[in-house]
Write a protein that binds this ligand. Structure first.
Ligand code: ATP
Length: 623
């Protein structure tokens, strides 16, 4: 052991011998100064001497000079700082390997505090990411569930460029790995799936795993975006890549020299991006006529920045995870790996049931009903619908001591009517007493909740018509939704990162709920012309063939869609159409119509039922 110690090259000699390399590669001077000062090797005057030196290279020269004057222990400690804060001194890690650096026992007991802006920023990112992803946002502003208490794996099928199966992904932490990569040149991991199948939650899980260092990746930066945010900027608005990353995620503190952004530009492979909901992009910017963004210093339209990032024209080498609804085509040459989400398998559903219901008795009751109804079972393989069904089970139990869904409750329209009933009953019914539960009376709940229901439905329809999933406070008030109504659960607040504006904005709990309520509004609208109820049918048949997205126009010269579309996909409109079909037979609606008429509403029930049935009977099987 002593012999090994004697054989060591003194650290002061190493600093002399490799001086030139250190001068060119040593960055993050402040962290070195902070630690040398805290450990007593440098006094305040030494620190000031270094800080007053003009250039970075001269500052390093000064540090080396001073450290060498302080003796071998100080030199050894300097190298130890470089070794310990490896993220900040990434350029010097090969050098440590080259000199076969191994810290001595004496130095390892000394403390090194990481005050490097890059490492501090990574810590801040992880901290914020953990805070933002630890809960599943649900039930308006009132209830939140811990992600770890409810997250259940879903079936994740790996596909090749021809959409042939390459097997299944076993767990989310392997998502960024090399398994099933069909195109190593591509940089996008593309996740697709139907509405409510769990794409956003999968990303949330991925982000949460990264925040706790459980994800298999050496990425130290993680930026998350919802694609719809890119459509909320004004056409002429231009921002820099730096602002896009920092203002819409988290800002680096104490970084006067812009070291964090420089680092990101130098090491893009250390960055992971998630872009959720590519189908939600409103393509009303003429991308073909915008100049390509290739310089990270240039300001550009945010949508253009997004496309440049996805195509690898900006931050080439960074890893991108992109989600979109099934049916959105993206060229294979930019895709590295493709994953199709297929929802809960029977085993997943069992796990989810166990997580959702704490009482064994409840679990059994739910399982019996699921087993008895293949249709309900089918709906529950989609996590969103499963969540609604289970919430409704819970509601029925709390309010009415019943644990049975009505026999009719097997279509998606029924499920959303039940959800609406659950929401509306929150204001209509007083808190249930422990001893005496009220009797469930659906029609009474709907009657009592007609005013807020009509207001939410109007808001949903207006959003659909102007092509938006986001509502401002003013729009909400204009439709007659009150402060109190907001607590029912139909809407949830959007975080500032998801929008470009600063005032409060809201979205419906899920886009399918907006589609459902829009259908509701269509059948209740007393003003609109009779033909308007079918307007989305016409819209959908007109748009069916258009499926190109901005990414296509960026990476190839594919023809530009001829029409201006409010959304890249019109699935939300199709949902509305299908809900219209479903609604016309719902018994709750018949009662509600009667009530609405007695209150002076003119409703189109008869009209819509006759017209829609003839138009859509083929499509309404499960709606
Ligand atoms: N893996 C999961 N474990 C538990 N619950 C889930 C899971 N996936 C989804 N959910 C439930 O379903 C709801 C909807 O999921 P999510 O928003 O991720 O769907 P989506 O595929 O992104 O839908 P869309 O395409 O409409 O945006 C979640 O809020 C959550 O309650």
């Amino acid at each position: 052991m002593d012999q090994i110690k004697e054989a060591r090259v003194p650290c002061s000699s190493l600093l002399t011998y490799h001086r030139e390399l250190l001068v060119t590669r040593l960055r993050s001077i402040q962290c070195i100064l902070d630690n040398l000062f805290t450990c007593g090797f440098f006094c305040q005057e030494d620190v000031e001497i270094v800080q007053q030196t003009a250039t970075k290279a001269d500052q390093v020269r000064k540090i080396l000079e001073l450290v060498q004057c302080k003796g071998e222990e100080a030199c050894e400690y300097l190298i130890f700082i470089i070794y310990k804060v490896c993220d900040a001194y990434i350029d010097l890690q090969p050098w440590l390997k080259e000199i076969n650096y191994n810290p001595s026992e004496d130095v390892t007991v000394m403390k090194v505090v990481n005050t490097d802006p890059i490492s501090r920023y990574c810590e801040k990112l992880r901290h914020d990411m953990s805070r933002d992803t630890s809960f599943i946002m649900s039930y308006g502003q009132q209830e939140e569930t811990r992600l770890e208490d409810l997250y259940t794996d879903t079936v994740m099928e790996l596909l090749n460029d021809c959409n042939e199966s390459l097997g299944f992904l076993e767990s989310v932490d392997q998502l960024l790995g090399d398994h099933a990569v069909f195109n190593p040149q591509g940089e996008i991991t593309y996740i697709m799936g139907d509405a409510g199948v769990g794409k956003s939650i999968l990303l949330q899980k991925l982000q949460n795993l990264w925040s706790t260092k459980e994800l298999q990746t050496d990425a130290i930066f993680f930026f998350k975006f919802r694609c719809r945010m890119f459509s909320t900027f004004k056409d002429a608005e231009q921002i820099s890549l730096r602002d896009l990353l920092f203002k819409h995620n988290c800002y680096p503190d104490h970084d006067p020299d812009n070291e964090v952004f420089d680092y990101i530009l130098r090491f893009p492979e250390k960055v992971v991006f998630t872009f959720d909901g590519y189908d939600e992009i409103q393509e009303d910017v003429d991308l073909m006529n915008l100049p390509e963004v290739v310089s990270p210093e240039d300001k550009a339209n945010p949508l253009q920045l997004l496309i440049s990032l996805l195509c690898g024209k900006l931050l080439k080498g960074s890893q991108k995870v992109l989600t979109a609804r099934t049916g959105i085509e993206i060229q294979s040459k930019v895709i590295r790996k493709k994953v199709a989400l297929r929802g809960f398998s029977p085993d997943h559903l069992k796990t989810y049931t166990d997580l959702h219901f704490k009482e064994q008795e409840h679990r059994e009751l739910v399982s019996i009903q699921l087993d008895a109804s293949p249709h309900l079972w089918g709906l529950c393989s989609t996590p969103l619908f499963c969540w609604i069904v289970f919430k409704s089970f819970g509601h029925l139990h709390t309010m009415h001591d019943s644990f049975h869904l009505p026999e009719t409750c097997i279509t998606l329209t029924d499920i959303f009517l039940l959800l609406s009933e659950v929401f509306l009953s929150r204001s209509a019914t007083p808190a249930p007493s422990l001893l005496k539960k009220s009797t469930r009376c659906t029609s009474e709940t709907f009657k009592a909740g007609l005013r807020p229901l009509v207001a939410f439905a109007k808001l949903a329809l207006q959003g659909m018509e102007r092509g938006s999933f986001i509502s401002s406070q003013e729009e909400i008030s204009e439709c007659g939704v009150t402060e109190e109504d907001l607590t029912l659960g139909f809407l949830r607040p959007l975080s500032e990162e998801d929008t470009s504006g600063s005032s409060a904005t809201f979205e419906f709990l899920h886009m399918t709920l907006q589609s459902f309520l829009a259908a509701f509004a269509l059948v209740l609208d007393e003003q609109a012309a009779a033909s308007s109820i079918l307007k989305f049918f016409t819209e959908c048949s007109r748009r069916r063939k258009v499926s190109c997205l901005p990414l296509d126009s960026c990476i190839s010269s594919s023809s530009k869609p001829s029409e201006k579309k409010p959304f890249a996909s019109n699935e939300h409109l199709q949902f509305t159409n299908l809900f219209l079909c479903g609604l016309h037979t719902a018994p709750e609606l018949i009662l509600l119509y009667e009530h609405a008429v007695s209150l002076g509403f003119t409703v189109r029930y008869t009209l819509c039922s006759t017209r829609l049935v003839s138009q859509c009977s083929a499509r309404q099987k499960c709606y």
